[in-house]
Design a protein around this ligand. Structure first.
Ligand code: FAD
Length: 398
């Protein structure tokens, strides 16, 4: 028997769904997670988890499982695309942990997914279940999967990503928006880049119509990069595609030798079209609610998409725990608390497309002067984002 007797079905076994399932279990609810894929997994790429997400992961009891894999960068370093001049360097590492009580991490996604999934009892996880339909019957939700399984739960949570079927069931079909950005992603064995003597930092090189982010993952054994260029259109049906390293290198012609050396050292690179959505008017209806990319997909230019999905799960669990069993009221409260913050980050991420990609000229010079004087990543400037505790409902200003 759980705290309130509520049973919760979580749809989607990405970072958001897994973290939510753990937060909900920790709050005492009966949770079943349904994932469409035959096995949980993640694309071969890195992910940054800032202290506002790491605080929740630690509270979920997975700090020890993460420890061998997580890299703790000492600083964030923003640089100019051609000559490598420093535009902003702000502390992470011990300073960020002392200020906010949780570390800034870099992970390989597969390591994070494995740590989250490893903390869930095996019988609470159903793979090979693609949700087809969900109906709110007023006192319960009925859901149907492509393998014929039918379930009933008190609450259904759609953590099923940017193509969310749950979102479609609630609010109708609507395609996400191509943002005009394509990302080339790759992982390079660190020893292949030894001659660069790379610092353990979160690096962002900004240039005209593009930027490149790189950092260590997998306990320092791999260097992850995301090389973003603007593109007018994306014509392929698939959102991801294998790409030639030469193609990525050509797009970064004239960039600093370190940028080109990192791209040039990769064995294979994948090309991703980046999509987002305008903020949704609603995230919930009755006994069904959304979280993560299902309701607030964003460009990755604040590195907050997954972190916000982790926050969503913590806030959702806290709202339900305080609801006295009134599920619709708890979901409405969850949405009201979470939407302003996630919307702000969706908007900031969109704005960073312009800010990071300014052509050389007066606006770029203004940006650089601002970054060098006050900056936006100092401990004081970033406190609103990193100090936030999504599970503590008393302090929910965005
Ligand atoms: P997803 O990861 O999309 O998971 C959804 C899950 O639902 C999947 O497992 C899917 O198979 C399953 N599913 C879908 N439909 C169904 C169905 N009908 N039935 C059952 N299961 C279903 N975020 C950060 O916080 N930090 C970063 O550094 C960062 N870097 C990024 C870099 C790039 C290039 C990109 C593209 C994104 C980045 N993000 C980052 C964003 C982050 O990846 C996403 O916000 C996050 O993964 C979303 O998690 P999610 O669980 O909501 O959705």
């Amino acid at each position: 028997m759980t705290q309130t007797g509520l049973s919760i079905a979580v749809i989607g076994g990405g970072i958001g769904g897994l973290a939510a399932a753990l937060s909900l279990r920790q709050a005492g609810f009966g949770v079943q997670l349904y994932e469409q894929a035959a096995a949980l997994g993640a694309i071969g790429a890195g992910i940054q988890i800032s202290p506002n997400g790491a605080r929740i992961l630690h509270r979920l009891g997975i700090a020890a499982a993460l420890a061998p894999h997580g890299v703790r960068p000492v600083a964030v370093h923003q640089r100019r695309w051609d000559d490598g001049r420093t535009l902003q360097r702000a502390p992470l590492g011990d300073a960020v942990e002392a200020a906010f009580g949780a570390p800034y991490y870099h992970f390989h996604r597969a390591d994070l997914i494995a740590a989250l999934a490893g903390a869930l009892p095996a019988d609470s996880l159903r793979t090979g279940h693609r949700l087809v339909d969900a109906v709110d019957k007023g006192d319960r939700v009925e859901a149907r999967f492509d393998n014929g399984t039918r379930i009933t739960a008190d609450i259904l949570i759609g953590a099923d990503g940017i193509h969310s079927r749950v979102r479609e069931v609630l609010f109708g079909a609507e395609k996400p928006r191509f943002t005009g950005c394509v990302a080339y992603r790759g992982l390079v064995p660190a020893e292949r880049l030894a001659q660069l003597d790379l610092e353990v930092t979160a690096n962002n090189w900004m240039g005209p119509a593009g930027h490149l982010v790189h950092y260590f993952v997998s306990g320092g054994r791999l260097v992850n990069f995301v090389a973003v260029r603007e593109a007018d259109s994306w014509t392929r049906e698939s959102w991801t595609d294998r790409a030639e390293t030469g193609e990525a290198l050509r797009l970064f012609e004239g960039w600093h030798p370190q940028v080109r050396a990192i791209i040039g050292a990769v064995d294979e690179t994948f090309k991703w079209a980046l999509f987002d959505r305008d903020p949704l008017p609603r995230w919930s209806a009755g006994r069904i609610a959304l979280l993560g990319d299902a309701c607030h997909p964003m460009l990755p230019f604040m590195a907050q998409g997954a972190v916000q999905s982790i926050e969503d799960g913590a806030a959702l669990a806290a709202c339900l725990a305080q609801s006295g069993g009134d599920a619709p009221a708890a979901l409405t409260r969850y949405e009201a608390l979470r939407k302003p913050r996630a919307t702000r980050l969706q908007e900031m991420s969109r704005h960073n497309k312009i800010r990071f990609h300014l052509p050389d000229g007066s606006r770029q010079q203004e940006r650089d002067a601002l970054l060098q004087s006050s900056g936006d990543r100092s401990l004081a400037a970033i406190g609103w984002l990193y100090a936030h505790d999504a599970g503590a409902l008393g302090e929910q200003a965005a």
